[in-house]
Design a protein around this ligand. Structure first.
Ligand code: IMP
Length: 437
């Protein structure tokens, strides 16, 4: 069985949570490889609703090994809350492992994130204010504090001092904040260390072993390709690499360990925060899609911007990630919209056209999607469990997307329910037992 990477192929919030949850059933190990609690997804199990920000939702399968990889930035407060919440509800979390090399989000990272955005004013990125950017910045500056540092009080205190000191100037407005007291912070983080110690581990060997034993490993991405710090719409991006290549770095395996790369994409587009969005619908239709798709953030509750499916950006995502298949989500949200539109190229300033995703920020900011019309459908598709069950126009929509991108569609989400998914022939061997016909 293979190593399969699941990444967001758009601007995040594509519904990766549900796809990884379904793949996790057959997996021997699930590992998150980047991002932090800027991500969030909701999993429904029977009558119960679970919200996840850091721990792979695969943990809901009893005893499943679920790891938080070295590439993730961890806010220990959020992690311990998540652990407590799961325990309270009787979930067996014995399979949880946290990389000893994962970096920690510290109280000053949260304050710096807020301060940075306030300083940018109108130019702000619209971050989730979870301290993600400042934490990755400290990692790169070699001032980061890692999970393993929680286990040694002396080292912890030294490292906090060294990391906090250079930020004094920016943090001056928060000088009286008790959370920034060195002693208090060290004590608090040492307590987190005690609580997290049973789960802290050297995670790469767990992944190597699972793959050597012929197991299925799911590498779970967060955010999406267009939010990638290298390949996304910089600077309106997150501070990590949500693309597939980062699965190797963020979990400690080589590229040969990856057999498949699934890109998850909504049947339309959304984006949270600022930045270019060539197919945006800033009108009543956009509002209708927002309502129909429940497009409000799991993490921040913010209303998401909505737009038509952007095939230029999606083809770019295929290339940047080396996608082998597409997991289409929320096709049902398009039901009743007739006609539908997709962008197959961009129109720029002064009549320019772009077949490929433009690399230049100022060019991209001025582009609009050149839309082509496709026929919609009005039938309820939530009961469809095979492609043949879909109305002809819905099949044609998927065919158009797949042909344009040159990769097969593996799964199609047709409703919020866990089983409201079509598994195509391309995904047959990964289909969870519960979904087997
Ligand atoms: P940060 O990751 O909090 O630094 O935010 C940077 C940008 O990424 C902002 O535009 C956020 O809205 C966006 N972002 C971060 N995480 C997610 C996510 O999980 N879904 C969608 N957008 C996200």
């Amino acid at each position: 069985m293979p190593g399969i990477v699941v990444v967001g192929a758009q601007w995040g919030d594509e519904g990766k949570g549900k796809v990884t949850d379904l793949l996790a059933e057959r997996a021997d190990l699930v590992i998150r490889f980047q991002g932090g609690n800027n991500a969030g997804h909701t999993i429904v199990r029977g009558d119960e609703v679970f919200k996840f920000h850091l721990i792979p939702s695969g943990i809901l399968y009893p005893g499943k090994t679920c790891a938080v990889g070295n590439g993730v930035v961890v806010d220990p407060r959020v992690l311990t809350d998540e652990i407590d919440g799961l325990r309270r509800r009787g979930v067996d979390i014995s399979g949880l492992r946290i990389s000893a090399n994962a970096h920690l989000i510290m109280p000053y990272h949260l304050l710096l994130d807020h301060a940075g955005e306030a300083k940018l004013g109108k130019l702000q990125i619209g971050t989730t204010r979870r301290g993600i950017g400042p934490c990755y910045a400290d990692k790169a500056a070699r001032l980061g504090i890692r999970m393993q540092d929680l286990l040694d009080e002396k080292i912890l205190k030294q490292k906090i001092y060294a990391a906090m000191e250079p930020k004094r100037l920016t943090l001056r407005p928060f000088a009286k904040d008790p959370a920034l007291d060195l002693h208090t912070m060290t004590e608090e983080y040492r307590r987190f260390g005690h609580r997290l110690e049973p789960y802290i581990a050297d995670t790469p060997p767990l992944v190597w072993r699972a793959l050597d034993d012929g197991g299925l490993v799911v590498f779970e991405g967060a955010q999406g390709t267009m939010l990638d710090i290298d390949h996304g719409t910089y600077p309106f991006v997150t501070s990590s690499n949500p693309v597939a290549g980062a699965a190797c770095v963020g979990s400690g395996v080589g590229p040969k360990s990856i057999d498949e790369v699934w890109g998850v994409a909504k049947a339309y587009c959304t984006r949270v925060g600022a930045g270019p969005f060539p197919t945006e619908l800033d009108d009543a239709l956009g509002e209708r899609i927002r309502k129909a798709g429940g497009e409000f953030g799991t993490t921040t509750g913010r209303a998401r911007r909505t737009g038509w499916l952007d095939l230029v950006a999606l083809r770019y995502a295929c290339q940047v990630n080396g996608l082998t298949a597409l997991a289409v989500t929320k096709l049902d949200v398009l039901t009743g919209l007739d006609p539908l539109y997709v962008a197959t190229r961009y129109l720029g300033a002064e009549g320019a056209t772009f077949e490929e995703f433009p690399y230049h920020q100022s060019v991209l900011h001025k582009t609009r999607g050149d839309l082509i019309e496709l026929p919609g459908w009005r039938e309820d598709i939530s009961g469809a469990r095979s492609i043949a069950d879909l109305p002809r126009n819905a099949q044609a929509y998927l065919d158009f997307v797949s042909d344009f991108l040159g990769i097969p569609v593996a799964t199609v989400g047709v409703g919020p329910a866990r089983d409201a998914v079509i598994w195509t022939g391309a995904a047959e061997r990964l289909r969870p037992a519960a979904a087997e016909a």
